[in-house]
Design a binder for this molecule. Structure first.
Ligand code: UDP
Ligand code: MG
Length: 310
């Protein structure tokens, strides 16, 4: 098998048919043997039905149906655990990543790269707030990690089976695949493309999911927030020490002091804020340690046409 295509699906009933046609046309033009693995991540519409219909007429279509919504990164991970191809392509279902680009990705891959990711030259049809927060997040992430995570890049990419095997060995439940793939290394390169508007339906990435995803990325690849908490501790302690000196000075030397509540309330609130912030940062890390310690399965498969789906 030359190539496995992983497609996570969350309420994509309107996209599946066209997506299937465009993917198959592209890969057949390259004369490659392939499989398409749809991972249905707890869709509430008729997505699963559409996929099952396709799988009856085309035995290259595999599907994994989750027992509920586990999230995009987990859906892709389930796909990765079940691929047979020499190379694996990860692509969104909403046609924002044009399937025709798979040909270009594959060509680059054949030049001897283990990872070829698709970098967005432009992004259409996404809200201003999403674009700004995404940009800010990736810039920050780049600054606070030692792993070189490329800017303006999603999970749309082709990776060699060697990379897939390494990913399968990484047990963390809080997946941040684009970071993990950078971390793994090998020869990596990119092609550029214009990201399209979503063809049908609405985004499955709510702000809540985006915030979780961003925090997963940061906590998986950086200890800087913990260091920031420590630094804040030092800075605030130093400020408190200066205040102490000033208090002695005004009480004993200048004898010019007002029993004021303003300075008191400000320092109490300030200290409280810093303490809560630091606790919050530590909490984010602890909750992820907890997830690791619980060691629950990443996802639960309700149904699949892959014999020993894992
Ligand atoms: N997706 C998923 N589970 C989710 C949310 C999204 O499997 O909980 C899938 C979705 O069907 C799509 C891909 O992940 O194939 C990207 O999601 P989406 O297009 O909603 O995100 P956006 O492009 O808006 O960031
Ligand atoms: Mg999308």
């Amino acid at each position: 098998m030359d190539i496995s295509i992983i497609i996570p699906i969350f309420n994509e009933e309107g996209n599946i048919e066209l997506l299937y046609k465009r993917v198959v046309a592209t890969i057949q033009a390259c004369q490659l043997s392939f499989e398409i693995i749809f991972v249905n991540d707890g869709s509430k519409d008729s997505s699963l039905q559409k996929i099952m219909e396709l799988s009856i007429t085309d035995n290259r279509i595999k599907y994994i149906d989750f027992s509920r919504n586990f999230g995009h990164q987990i859906a892709v991970s389930a796909g990765l655990n079940n691929t047979l191809g020499e190379a694996v392509v990860i692509i969104d279902a909403d046609l924002q990543d044009p399937p025709e680009l798979i040909a270009e990705l594959y060509q680059k891959y054949k030049e001897g790269y283990e990872v070829v990711y698709a970098k967005r030259k432009s992004r259409k049809g996404e809200s201003f707030l999403k674009l700004v927060t995404a940009k800010l997040f990736y810039k920050t992430l780049r600054n606070i990690t030692s792993v070189d995570i490329p800017l303006d890049t999603g999970d749309f990419r082709i990776i060699d089976h060697k990379v897939v095997e390494e990913l399968r060995k990484m047990p963390e439940p809080n997946k941040f695949l684009r970071g993990q793939i950078s971390w793994i290394g090998f020869r990596q390169t990119f092609i550029e493309y214009d990201r399209q508007e979503r063809a049908f339906g609405t985004t499955g990435y709510t702000y809540r999911k985006m915030i979780k995803f961003a925090l997963d990325g940061i906590t998986s690849f950086s200890e800087s927030p913990l260091k920031l908490a420590t630094m804040l501790g030092f800075v605030v302690s130093f400020a408190a020490f200066c205040m102490l000196l000033y208090a002695f000075y005004s009480r004993l030397i200048s004898r010019d002091y007002v029993p004021g509540w303003a300075s008191l309330i400000i320092s109490v609130l300030f200290l409280g804020g810093i303490q809560l912030l630091s606790l919050g940062i530590i909490g984010e890390y602890i909750s992820r340690i907890m997830a690791n310690v619980r060691n629950r399965p990443l996802y639960i498969i309700s149904n699949s046409n892959i014999k020993s789906a894992k």
